[in-house]
Design a protein around this ligand. Sequence first.
Ligand code: GLN
Length: 203
Amino acid sequence: MPSALRIGVLALQGDVVEHERALRRLGVEPVRVKRPDDLEQVDALVLPGGESPAMIRLLRSSGLDRPLRDRLSAGMPVFGTCAGLILLARDSGDPEVTGFGALDLAVERNAYGRQLDSFECALPDHTLGGAPLEAVFIRAPAIRDLGAGVEVLARHEGRPVAVRQGNAIGTAFHPELTDDPRLYQALIERVQAAVDPARDDAA
Ligand code: GLN
């Protein structure tokens, strides 16, 4: 039952309220994660966008960096959007930004050109079923060098912009700024499978 799921939203910076609203629409009451004891309360975490170097600093100063790294190594379901995706990457391409490596891929920060700093578009090329995904890109990273275990969930002009590897989902865009529930549903499925593995076997 979704309401029993404990999904956190990292609340150090970024679109916290919008992610919370998206989860509530699906019947999940989110938990704000600002400190290590908040992290202990959750079965999964959303990492919002923002500025990845600032997020790294805030993760360190809040004491969340190490426990979050440990939870991700243990397979906690996670959904990183934009800067959140950068934090999950194996290689951020930036020595200031040491990612958690939950996704076996490299990113290039701010890779979309200046005129495309921010844009909205429909993504017909996706694996989530149904209509094109509505996507808002804001100084988005490019996703490169995908490892063999990484599944592409959506592409923009042929290039991957949403991916999944095990329990980790990442998007270069901001799903919290549209009404599309499908990526949050994908996270919820991972959380349900993680907290109740029998459900995964039955699926
Ligand atoms: N440009 C930001 C970074 O490199 C990401 C932008 C975003 O999260 N909207 O961290």
